[in-house]
Design a protein around this ligand. Structure first.
Ligand SMILES: Cc1cc2nc3c(=O)[nH]c(=O)nc-3n(C[C@H](O)[C@H](O)[C@H](O)COP(=O)(O)OP(=O)(O)OC[C@H]3O[C@@H](n4cnc5c(N)ncnc54)[C@H](O)[C@@H]3O)c2cc1C
Length: 459
């Protein structure tokens, strides 16, 4: 029996069960975190077991209804949108197996990263790299190519050793580097197009702490020393504040096992990460939304107010922080060597257009990998992410940056706003047609399809 959603979940009105069917029917409205996508799924299904997940896919296909899993809804794009059946995998969460010796950990698809990190820490294990937040599901994160930073580290999907998928006919398929290797190469960053992930087996590593060093810097110095810093630190990234020549650098480096933790004090963490990064930042954005002319001065003031800080903490606590100010984001993966030029061109666009942007531009790095639709496929990658406050218009800024990044062979993050289509994306991914061939074989009826997938992969 397919489980109904809990009554207490206000965002999900309790749906009606269609007699004689396992599909739950009712009008619900779903909105993603950024408010960029709304959907009215015809049905919402919350399976308790993998067997029920298989039944749900079979039932949807029998109804002629498309079906789409959704994670934490933190994609900015309509990649998770459906007006068919929406699969919520919150109940398929937790660690199934963990081997401390090998570091192999198998988790259910709906596991949230913060729960995973906590459980791993208590097992003496950790993820090798993480992004800026930890509220995503493991399946949603890998499906869009979610990444952190570090010249020798890949995105989260590179830590995947095996996947168990529910295919469009309801059957289960386990794939890894040796079994169904083509499906494995496609489904690790599968955009939700290949099958519904039921379990993920991750290669974890012994738990480790990171020494975090954050410091303000001049953008010119950051760019002059870029290679030395990217290669000389385990996890290096920086934020550039538009309309200024100033930046904030973050260097996170692994410390020897047994090193004593020196986390930020509660007050400092509250002031920096809650008050300044969220509460005050939101107020500043509200003010500058009304008076954009103030942005250059406010950005300059903000960079002067930034102070250096050093601390040592659990890796997951250093990687992730809370982001409560709502924004829109676009992020492009460009060849690493192109990063300085892309920033210079963004700066020139802002100066030329007079457009005012209060959000810093975030720059990160990743190793080349071999996952077909990974944005870092086959090349050392620099990520350039641009943001705009939720109450402000982002269109012209993002279009300009997209043009700049596309001209240097940039690939858009699958979960962040972009306007690219299949024809041009095919040029950027050597295995694009191999991916489409796996999709054609496993989901010829497009049971897992939606408009976004039609746009980026073709019909
Ligand atoms: C505040 C914020 C910060 C972010 N920081 C980063 C960052 O640091 N680095 C980065 O790379 N990205 C970042 N992102 C983007 C985010 O990591 C991705 O969009 C990610 O996909 C969101 O995970 P989710 O669980 O919300 O997935 P959703 O957005 O809910 O779903 C994404 C896709 O995964 C599919 N999916 C979900 N579950 C399954 C399943 N079981 N089987 C098959 N497909 C499935 C969905 O159908 C959909 O196509 C950020 C986003 C926000 C809003």
């Amino acid at each position: 029996m397919i489980a109904l959603l809990p009554h207490s979940d206000a965002a999900w009105p309790v749906p009606r069960v269609v007699p004689g069917s396992s599909i739950v029917d009712g009008m619900t409205t779903w909105t993603n975190w950024a408010g960029t996508v709304t959907a009215h799924p015809a049905a919402v299904i919350a399976p308790d077991t993998v067997d029920e997940l298989q039944q749900a896919v079979v039932a949807a296909a029998a109804h002629g209804t498309r079906i789409k899993p959704i994670g934490a809804g933190h994609s900015f794009t309509a990649i998770g949108q459906t007006d068919g059946a929406q699969l919520r995998l919150d109940r398929l969460a937790g660690i199934l197996r963990a081997d401390r010796e090998t570091g192999l950990v198998t988790v259910l698809a709906g596991t949230r990263l913060h729960d995973l990190n906590e459980a791993l820490w208590h097992l003496g294990l950790a993820m090798s790299n993480l992004g800026d937040i930890d509220v995503q599901t493991i399946s949603g994160a890998i499906s869009t190519g979610t990444h952190g930073t570090g010249a020798t580290f890949g995105g989260l999907a590179t830590q995947v050793q095996a996947l168990q998928l529910v295919l469009a006919d309801g059957s289960l398929l386990t794939c890894d580097a040796n079994n169904h290797a083509d499906v494995f190469a496609a489904a690790r960053v599968g955009l939700g197009a290949i099958g519904v992930i039921a379990t993920v087996t991750l290669q974890c590593e012994p738990a480790y702490a990171l020494a975090a060093a954050e410091a303000p810097a001049q953008l010119d110095d950051v760019l002059a020393d870029l290679d030395a810093n990217v290669d000389g630190n385990d996890h290096y990234k920086f934020f550039w504040f538009p309309h200024t020549r100033r930046a904030l650098t973050k260097r996170n480096n692994r410390v020897l096992p047994g090193t004593e933790l020196r986390p930020l004090g509660r007050l400092r963490r509250y002031v920096d990460d809650e008050l300044l990064a969220n509460t005050v930042f939101d107020a500043v954005n509200r003010l500058t939304t009304r008076r954009p002319a103030l942005i250059a001065r406010v950005n300059s003031l903000a960079t002067r107010a930034l102070s250096a800080r050093d601390y040592i903490d659990r890796s997951d606590r250093v990687f992730a922080s809370s982001r409560r100010v709502r924004f829109r984001e676009m992020e492009y993966a460009v060849p690493r060597a192109a990063v300085p030029d892309v920033l210079v061109q963004i700066q020139a666009y802002l100066a030329r257009s007079g457009e005012q942007v209060a959000f810093p531009v975030e720059v990160r790095f990743a190793a080349a990998d071999d996952i077909w639709l990974s944005t870092a496929y086959g090349r050392q990658t620099g990520y350039v992410a641009v943001h705009q406050y939720v109450r402000r218009e982002h269109g012209s800024y993002f279009r300009a940056v997209e043009q700049i990044a596309t001209a240097v062979g940039g690939r858009p993050h699958w979960g962040k706003l972009h306007a690219r289509e299949a024809a041009s994306l095919r040029e950027d991914y050597p295995h694009f047609d191999d991916f489409v061939a796996v999709r054609d074989k496993l989901d010829p009826q497009r049971v897992f399809g939606n408009e976004y997938l039609t746009r980026v992969l073709g019909s």
